[in-house]
Design a protein around this ligand. Structure first.
Ligand code: TXA
Ligand code: MG
Length: 324
């Protein structure tokens, strides 16, 4: 039994999705919105189509791609869903949680980056779900940016970043979460958090009544290839600033700098972006980085977020962007 996601959308959107689904079926690439960031999609079961994603992004071929599904049965088609995975799917899908499970042979090695596992997620976005359903195939999709650039949170940024490398861009407006999904490995005895995101470690622990290990504790770096690469790098240096460093920073700064954060800057910058709360900081982070890096400043100074709720994932992305 599947929901009719397509029928719920306006007629013009339905037409676009049908066209996009046809491109997917023919082995092409379609960028589409999810609730987290825009994805660059291809038929997950077609190795040739998926290799197009690696080429368009300039992505290392050993970095596996998340497979997007529109239902739990579709997830069962691509991989082995154990009790832990099923519990989490029931609680958090559709939503920003990708689960790494043992792969079924239908998924080509190209999609899995040569691993025996596959990452699956059901996105919480009506266009994404209608596209998967209409294409009638799971869709492999990394974030729709050039490798190493911030993830795109609107269609215009996708067009600018990937241009002719993508056959079609479905425009669903700005994304709601702004940070990529949580990636959780549920193949072992204990779940392992490979990437913090929209669903927090605490929420997962509460649902499973079980401790979630961090990738660093579990020595599972090898199982999370994406974490080996520098990510989300703006074109100018980005530094994180905590309150205790304010005085030192303001006394020693001799560059044109921009501030982003929830609080006002500790001294006067060239540019500033102030967010209303943690959720807005997360949602607007990548857009703010792109805006500030091309505003003529020599450095971006980001307020260190409080590590609660989305703050954990936000700090993770800021640390990666700072390249430390
Ligand atoms: O929110 C998101 O997850 C977005 C949207 C488009 O769904 N996608 C996304 O994909 O951020 P990408 O490729 O940029 O990041 C996926 C991360 C990478 O770090 C990759 O290494 C990891 O997930 N990953 C995917 N499959 C895996 C697997 N089988 N084992 C371990 N890590 C995996
Ligand atoms: Mg990415």
């Amino acid at each position: 039994m599947s929901a009719d996601y397509l029928a719920a959308l306006p007629a013009a959107t339905q037409e676009e999705i049908k066209q996009a689904a046809k491109i997917i079926a023919e082995g092409g690439l379609v960028a589409f919105p999810t609730e987290t960031v825009y994805g660059l999609g291809a038929n997950a079961l077609d190795a040739y189509a998926v290799s197009g994603i690696y080429i368009a992004k300039g992505r290392p071929s050993d970095n596996p791609i998340i497979v997007h599904v529109s239902s739990v049965p579709m997830a069962e088609f691509v991989g082995e869903v154990n009790w832990m995975a099923r519990y989490l799917m029931e609680k958090f899908w559709p939503g920003p949680l990708s689960l790494v499970i043992p792969s079924n042979p239908v998924v080509p090695e190209t999609t899995r980056g040569g691993l025996a596992t596959v990452g699956v997620r059901m996105p919480d976005n009506p266009i994404a779900l209608a596209l998967i359903e209409t294409a009638d195939t799971p869709i492999a999709a990394p974030s729709a940016n050039k490798s190493g650039r911030p993830s795109p949170t609107d269609a215009e940024t996708v067009r600018r970043d990937l241009g002719k490398n993508v056959d079609m861009v479905l425009d669903g407006g700005p994304t709601l979460v702004g940070l990529e999904s949580t990636v959780l490995d549920v193949t072992g005895e204990h779940p392992v958090l490979l990437r913090p995101g929209g669903v927090s470690k605490e929420e997962i622990e509460k649902t499973l009544d079980m401790e979630v290990l961090l990738a660093s504790d579990a020595n599972s770096l090898k199982r999370s290839p994406g974490t080996r690469y520098r990510h989300y790098a703006p074109k100018v240096p980005l530094v994180l600033l905590g309150k205790e460093q304010h005085a030192f920073f303001c006394n020693s700064i001799n560059k044109k700098w921009a501030w982003m954060g929830i609080s006002e800057p500790p001294c006067v910058p060239e540019q500033k972006i102030i967010f209303r709360n943690l959720e807005e900081y997360a949602r607007e982070l990548f857009r703010a980085m792109r805006a500030l890096e091309s505003s003529g400043v020599e450095m971006i100074v980001a307020e260190t977020p409080e590590e609660k709720g989305l703050g954990f994932a936000l700090k993770d992305r800021l640390i990666r962007a700072s390249g430390v």
